[in-house]
Design a protein around this ligand. Structure first.
Ligand SMILES: [Zn+2]
Length: 257
């Protein structure tokens, strides 16, 4: 057998039986299907995280990537044409169903790469419910890569730490992984939302932008995208390697090695 895919959807049952066991790490990608401006694809929120997941799977042998969930909670994007929205409870149930299926099959290590802000709360609720039922399972999540990269690499971005919906970071990331899906000449003018600093407002995105995009999309470059994916890849690979050393134990269950 030649080099085998880490994508569950591409594996046959022979490969699954041979590869998947209680040591496997299930990697889940949650995205959305919504407007990201005139320059970025509707599937941005899972296309980039899935590419990141594939890169990680080259380095981590016992990783199984599940089919990405292409829809998310997009209530705050509904005003824009062709937004496909899951009600929050639908997504919570969906995530819990996936978790239960994994756990029924002996999986104890679950890692999520989330690509969309509306999914953060449902992922947390589903994870807490699952953790309550199955305390031995470890569930980990990279909740918000698009804000994290700016925090980790403050010199990388020119405007607003790279943030924004289809903004400098997201557009750069997509330019690097799927340049064919970015029309940079249609990127909107900079839109930095007028929002208070320390207290969160639960906005609808049409209150912030007329195009569906925010941030400084025009400042996006392939070079920045390459740095972004490298930062995230390194971070997740080192996270997984450290967790593997302790069999995904942490806190007071961590025995010194
Ligand atoms: Zn989104």
């Amino acid at each position: 057998m030649d080099k085998q895919s880490s994508l569950l959807e591409e594996m046959n049952s022979f490969q699954v039986n041979k590869t998947v066991n209680s040591d496997s790490i299930a990697l889940l990608v949650f995205g959305a299907c919504e407007n990201h401006g005139d320059h970025m694809p509707f599937g941005s929120d899972f296309i980039f995280p899935l590419e990141l997941a594939k890169r990680i799977s080259i380095k981590i042998r016992n990783l199984i990537i599940l089919p990405p969930i292409p829809y998310g909670v997009s209530l705050h994007h509904k005003k824009f044409f062709m937004t496909i929205n899951l009600e929050p409870n639908t997504l919570v149930n969906l995530i819990e169903n996936i978790f239960s299926s994994l756990i029924d099959n002996g999986i104890k290590k679950i890692l999520i790469i989330n690509g969309h802000d509306g999914n953060i709360a449902p992922i947390e609720i589903a994870s807490r419910n699952t953790k309550d039922k199955f305390p031995k399972v470890t569930i980990a999540c990279l909740e918000s890569w698009w804000t994290l990269v700016g925090e980790l690499s403050s010199n990388l971005f020119e405007v607003w730490n790279g943030m924004g919906h289809g903004g400098e970071a997201e557009t750069s990331a997509m330019l690097y992984v799927r340049p064919d899906l970015v029309t940079i000449k249609r990127a909107p003018a900079d839109t930095i939302p007028n929002l208070p600093e320390h207290v969160r407002i639960y906005w609808n995105i049409d209150e912030l932008t007329k195009t569906g995009a925010t941030g400084a999309s025009k400042k996006a470059t392939t070079k920045k995208g390459k740095v972004i994916i490298q930062i995230l890849e390194d971070l997740l690979v080192s996270f997984i390697e450290n967790m593997e050393k302790t069999e995904w134990k942490y806190g007071i269950h961590l025995k010194s090695h």
